[in-house]
Design a binder for this molecule. Structure first.
Ligand SMILES: Nc1ncnc2c1ncn2[C@@H]1O[C@H](COP(=O)(O)OP(=O)(O)O)[C@@H](O)[C@H]1O
Ligand SMILES: [Mg+2]
Length: 225
């Protein structure tokens, strides 16, 4: 049966939509089939053409149930549901049906306070540092270590900020995925596959299309040690 990953959190702009697409892109690059599910009524579905994953529109009330049931029935697929934000009821619903729940948050006290509330509310969920500073990450990491101390085992490796991230959210798929973005996508997918204990033969991935895709994991999040 397919696994369902939900990207939620009671705050807009944290990077839920970007993370959902990065994850699907990374999964696709690894040869893992996935569907990115849109639930945000303020967003239009993106064009799936040229993407290594499918896109499903579950904005209408009953559509989510149908889409999830359909994905569940697919063997060796993964559903990634982009929660939309500021919708506590929807977040609870998605939490209930997910095999893995991701809560992106940015390097700000406000985001961290919100993610703490969400981690309390959703005890199986993992927090994902999102749009993380890569050059001067020391300060950001220190803030997390201090404010999220009781939850550090539930904080995943960061998804670093990169200007190319927005390419994935263009309606038409980008013709080329820049190498840094490939790496962000690959690392995101690798963490998720690890958490779900899914063994994807990375060497068998269709890397020909992505000659520069990294096969090695990035640095583990320093705060885990
Ligand atoms: N890793 C990243 N690097 C750079 N910009 C990012 C990254 N993730 C998200 N963003 C930017 O942050 C903004 C909010 O992201 P989005 O995914 O739409 O958040 P949400 O879906 O939670 O509202 C967008 O402008 C997006 O391009
Ligand atoms: Mg969004």
């Amino acid at each position: 049966m397919a696994d369902i990953v939900c990207v939620i959190g009671n705050k807009g702009g944290t990077g839920k939509t970007t993370l959902s697409h990065m994850l699907c892109q990374g999964l696709g690059m690894a040869g893992q089939r996935s569907v990115c599910v849109l639930t945000d009524t303020f967003r239009e579905p993106l064009d799936p053409k040229g993407r290594p994953y499918l896109i499903a529109d579950a904005r209408a009330g009953a559509a989510l149930h149908k889409v999830v049931a359909k994905i569940r029935g697919l063997h060796a697929w993964m559903g990634v549901i982009d929660g939309g934000g500021n919708r506590t009821e929807m977040d609870h619903h998605l939490y209930g049906l997910a095999d893995l729940v991701l809560l992106p948050f940015r390097d700000s006290h406000e985001d961290i306070r919100t993610v703490i509330r969400d981690l309390e509310m959703f005890p199986r969920a993992y927090a994902v540092p999102s749009q993380w500073p890569s050059w001067y990450r020391g300060t950001a990491d220190a803030t997390v270590r201090e404010m999220l101390r009781p939850y550090l085992d539930r904080v995943l490796d960061p998804v670093f900020a990169h200007s190319s991230a927005k390419l994935l959210l263009q309606r038409k798929a980008p013709e080329r995925i820049p190498e840094p973005l490939q790496k962000l996508c690959t690392n995101t997918a690798r963490q998720v596959l690890e958490l779900l204990q899914i063994d994807v033969p990375w060497h068998a991935a269709p890397l020909a299309e992505f000659p520069n895709a990294s096969r090695e994991p990035d640095l583990r999040f320093a705060m885990r040690q």
